[in-house]
Structure formats: C-alpha cells, structure tokens
Design a protein. Sequence first.
Length: 391
Amino acid sequence: MVYLCEDKIISCDLQSLEGASGDLNQQFDHEIVYGPPAHASFHRMTIAPPAVLGIETSCDETAAAVLRGDRRILSSVVLSQVALHEVHGGVVPEIAARAHLDHCDEVVRRAVAESGVGWTGIGAVAATVGPGLIGGLVVGAMTGKAIALALGVPFLAINHLEGHALSPRLDPGVAFPYLLLLASGGHCQFLVVEDRGRYSRLGGTIDDAAGEAFDKTAKLLGLGYPGGPALERAAASGDPARFALPRPMAGRPGCDFSFSGLKTAMRHAVEALDGEPGARDVADLAASFQRAAADVVADRARNALRMAEERGVAPTALVVAGGVAANAEIRARLAAVGAGHGLELRAPPLRLCTDNAAMIAWAGVERLARGERDPLDAPARPRWPLDPRAA
Ligand code: KG4
Ligand code: ZN
C-alpha cells in the first residue's frame, strides 16, 4: 500500500517498495515523506511496482520479458534458434549473432506489447552483457542501452549466470543463503548464494559442463540438438541398468565434476554393439547415461552440502537452476539429497530453467531494489565468473 496526499506519498509499506530503485522519487514521480499518515484527507491506493524489461541474447535464444517488481511476469517471449543450429550439431556463434540482430527488436517489441504496460510503463531495462557469445551479447546490450536512454530509465548490465542463480527467487519462498547447483550448457558449479552479488564457488566441472555432456551424448546417439530434452525423452523407455558406465569423481572429496570419462565410456558402449544401435539400444543407452549423470550429481551435491555446512553456512534450501534443472531424474535425486539434510529442493518452473529473459529482468529487479544501476558504457563481457576469487 502507498498512502498518497495531494499526490505526495506520505507513507509506504516495504512491500510496495520492493523492486523499486533507490531513487523512488524518480520511479514514482512523487515526493516521498516517511512516517504515519497524518493528513485527514489522505487516500489509499495501490501503485504497481515499476516494470523491468529484460533482454537475453547470450547464446542461442533471443528473449525479452517484462516483469513487475512484485514478481509477476507480464510477458515472456523466447525465440529459439534451434532450427538454425541443429544442422551443424551445435551453436555456430556467427549465425547466432546475425539471428539476434535480425530478431531482437521484434522480440522486445512483442514483449512490451504483450505486457500491457506499454513503453511508458517500463521503469528500467536489464540486459545480459555476459558471459556468452560476444556477437549476441553486443546486440542485446546495445538494444537495452538504447531503450534505457530513450525512455530515461536506469540500465542494468546483467550477468547471465546471476540470472540463473537468482531465478529460483521468482518464487518468494526462496531466501538467502542457499546452496545452488548451476547446471547449464556452458556451466556446472556449486555456489553458496549468500546474497545478491555474493557468491562462493565450492566446486565445479574440470572438463565438460553437465548440459554439454547431455548434448554430446545425444549427438552420439543420433538424438539431435539440443540434446538434453531429447535424451531425457529417449531415456524414459530405457533400462538404466543395461550398460555399466563409470560415475566419474563419485566418492572423491570435494564437489568437482568430470564428464569426459562418461562420454568416452558411452562411445565405447556404442562401438561394442553389434552394428548400428536400434531404438531399444538408444533408449537403454540414454537411460544408463542419465542414471550415471544423476548418480554423480547426487554424490557431488551431498559433498557440497557438507562443505557449505563446514563453512558455517546454514542454507535455507538446496536449489538447482540452469537448463539441466529441467531434467526430472536429476531433480528427483537432488530432492532426496536435500531431504537427507532437512532441506527442500527448490527449482524454477521448467520454462524458467532454460534461457529466458524473465530471469534477467528479475536479476534487474533485485539489483534495483538495492539502489544499483550501470552506466551506458558498461561493456559486454564474454567471460564473467560469479565468484571472481575462484575463476
Ligand atoms: O541454461 P541453458 O538454457 O543455456 C545455457 O546457459 O547453457 O541450458 C541449456 C542446456 C543444454 O545443454 C541442454 O541440453 C540442457 O541445458 N538441458 C537439459 C534438459 N533440458 C535442457 N539437460 C538434461 N535434461 C533436460 N531435460
Ligand atoms: Zn543459461
């Protein structure tokens, strides 16, 4: 609730301020006077927290979303470039950059139109500026800066990994600190998310990212690109016990990952078959791979929780984010590990696990709420670790 008197905010509860920037006068265009409502003729009215436009172009999705500070996603448009890249079996950076350039304006226009708030309802612009493929990052960053400049609203230069890391907080029940497994196509790491902007990396992959391992295995099995969802579908009808695959790093101290041995073992398993793999072989291979990956993730998560506790952190939840968080078997195994420590597993809804702009807008909301904003010359950053001490 915001209390207004002759168009001046005379009292305002904290909830109404959530998501607003430090400079509230500018956000609401009202003078703010804290204290109890004193004027006889004051009236109460609800002011919707300012909406943030998010833009995401770091890899192979051109995405834009409009999010209100109270966590309501007003619109979310994701244009996938899968069709352009699948013939090449992976993302081709030059093709991705050109596609972002061709479609970014239209995707942003649609997101603003579908949000219903219009351009004048946009209170800030948050765009991914790293890490990722430089061509796409430049397109999204420049688009975001131009819109922020034209509207005269704050610009936020967002770290894509922070977008994933904070995305579970789109659910208001997820409080700091939490233990996060960030598992996507390019990243696989455990982080203690202490607060917005404060991340401690406990461990991560020493070779492939988890999503990359799913993608490469799917390619080996002829399941196409992107591999994660295709492999999960194939695994649904397979026997996870048919092929004996290694569980790299399992049982070792720490919470690092390695997926290259598993990948090689899969290739050997395919080569050992009598001829080309049939549909049953593919399903069994996919299920065996997924089981091995889930076993490894569960083992590493147990250690990561122990490590966090040894560092004196009392996590409120075990959280998984990034594209691989969409995998039901991995979620189920993580839920069991969390339960062993009395912690709930929290994960964003499926559509917010893979790349999207709502999570970028949300990272913008979190930063605005702390009075942060970035200059319009903030550079695109192909490399940008969340925990610089562990880079
Ligand atoms: O977060 P994301 O959309 O993009 C990056 O920032 O990398 O993650 C994409 C990755 C891909 O490697 C994809 O294969 C994987 O997430 N992925 C999955 C599933 N859905 C997406 N991996 C396993 N199971 C899934 N259901
Ligand atoms: Zn991502």
